[in-house]
Structure formats: C-alpha cells, structure tokens
Design a binder for this molecule. Structure first.
Ligand code: IPE
Ligand code: IPE
Ligand code: MG
Length: 251
C-alpha cells in the first residue's frame, strides 16, 4: 500500500473519519436519534469544506457500516432517507468546491433510487480534482478484504494455481477504493476508541485520533485539533525513532 507521509509530521494526505455520536447527541436533548443523524449531515458539509480548505486530498467518511443494518428498522429507514436526500442535495455543492464524490461499500443492498443517485453524483463530479471524498456506505473492513480476494480470483482464475502471485500490491489494487493511498490519520468522534470494522487494510499504519466531540458538534476547530496533533506525530513504519530522525523527516 502506498504511504504518502513516509515519516509523518506536516499535513496528512488521506484523512478517514468514523462519524460517531449522532444518537447520543439527540438522546441528550431528548430528541429522536434520527434528529442526531439529520444534524450529522450538516457536520458532513462543514467538515468537507474545512478539509478542502486545509488542502486534504483524500477525505473518507464512514456513513453506514455493514453492521448498522442491525439497528431498529425505523432508524435504518431514517438513515436511508437522509442518505438519498443528501446525495441529491450535496452533489451541486461538491461540484462547486471541486470535490469528487465516490461511494465505497456493498451497494447491492441499497434501493435503486439510492444507487441511481450515487451513479449521478459520481458522474457529475468525476472531473473534480481538489479533493476526493469517499463515502463508505454499507462498508465493512472485513467485507472489503473478502471482496478483494474474490475479485482477484474472478479477474484471473489461474491465480488459484499460483498463490505466490497474490501480493500486497495486488490486494491493494482490488480493494473497494483502490483510488486512495493509505490512510494517514483516522479520526473517531464521540469518544469511543475502536475501529468498528472501518477500513482495516488501508489504515494499517494510520495515526488514530479519538475526539470526545459528538459528530453533530464536530467542526473546523475539532478538525484543526486533530491535524495539529497529527503534525506532531513521528511515524516510524516499524523503524526506530533514531532511524526516522536520521532520514531527516522526524521530530
Ligand atoms: C453514528 O452515530 C452514525 C451511524 C452509525 C450511522 P451513532 O448513531 O452510532 O451515535 P451513537 O454512537 O449511538 O451516539
Ligand atoms: C461505526 O459506528 C459506524 C459508523 C460511524 C458509520 P457504530 O456506532 O456503528 O460503532 P459501534 O457499534 O459503537 O462499535
Ligand atoms: Mg455509535
């Protein structure tokens, strides 16, 4: 997997965010959980703008996990409606900001209406190159690795007879979003410190930042806090701190 920041510091090229805490935000206000999700969409808009301003080239957002189908049907339906509306409403704003939208996940589970909105939003922003926004929907890190191996075999069944041809590069190239480099910084909002089956392979060397802020309250200042924290990290990729310093990029 291509790492963009070989030894850290500076600005991350690829930021991935687990947008968590919508439900708690609403419950604290005695509102239905769906209201938290609705407010969460406003944070998405704010954070896309803030990230683009900061020059982040790849922003990846965890919108709905393969496990989130386990939630009450009413909540799942509310999330689907929000997703469909946001896709239609936000595509134009993304176009104006030069943001290319891509969606990663098992899209076969979504309604035809949602799949059509995804196709349209991806198509109208296909030429945008300021930032690539990947929305992970019905996405799971384990699903991604399994579908990568299935793809490898489907594309070239002879690999089964030559397993030595399976390399990290080949797996990379078959992941659900082969367009993005490795994750530099993974942020989880809402205070939990777990990955919850988000991008596993691509985040193998990501720096992890847990923000206590609930996603509907998350904004530019919170993003800046995470970026400042990241700038102070020394990324070692298995080496010693001294080796990294000798390379001339360390702290
Ligand atoms: C994240 O917020 C949004 C999704 C998982 C879709 P949650 O709904 O998980 O919020 P909490 O964790 O219950 O507060
Ligand atoms: C992860 O949050 C999924 C998304 C943010 C879309 P969850 O709220 O589903 O994670 P768990 O269940 O608390 O681990
Ligand atoms: Mg949660």
């Amino acid at each position: 997997m291509k790492h963009t920041n070989q030894s850290g510091g500076g600005a991350p090229c690829h930021v991935a965010i687990i947008m968590d805490g919508n439900g708690r935000w609403a419950q604290r206000r005695l509102m239905p959980r769906a209201e938290g999700h609705r407010r969460g969409v406003q944070s998405v808009r704010r954070v896309i703008e803030a990230a683009a301003k900061k020059g982040i080239r790849y922003l990846t957002l965890f919108a709905f996990s393969s496990e989130n189908w386990k939630r009450p049907a009413e909540e799942v339906n509310a999330l689907m409606r929000l997703f469909a509306t946001a896709l239609k409403k936000e595509a134009q704003a993304m176009l104006e900001h030069g943001v290319r939208l891509r969606v990663a996940g098992d899209l076969s589970a979504f309604s035809e209406e949602i799949r059509e909105s995804i196709r349209q939003s991806e198509a109208i922003t296909a030429h945008c190159d300021a930032m690539v926004l990947t929305v992970c929907a019905n996405y799971g890190g384990r699903w991604d690795i399994v579908q990568a191996f299935r793809n490898i075999l489907l594309r070239d069944p002879s690999v089964a007879l030559h397993p030595e041809r399976i390399t990290e590069e080949l797996v990379d190239a078959n992941l659900a979003f082969d367009w993005a480099p490795a994750v530099d910084l993974m942020i989880r909002t809402g205070g939990e410190q777990r990955i919850s089956n988000f991008i596993l392979w691509q985040a193998a060397y990501a720096e992890l930042f847990a923000s206590p802020t609930l996603w509907p309250d998350f904004g530019q200042a919170d993003l800046e806090e995470a970026l400042n924290w990241y700038a102070g990290r020394q990324r070692r990729f298995g080496m010693t701190g001294e080796q990294v310093q000798a390379l001339g990029h360390g702290e």
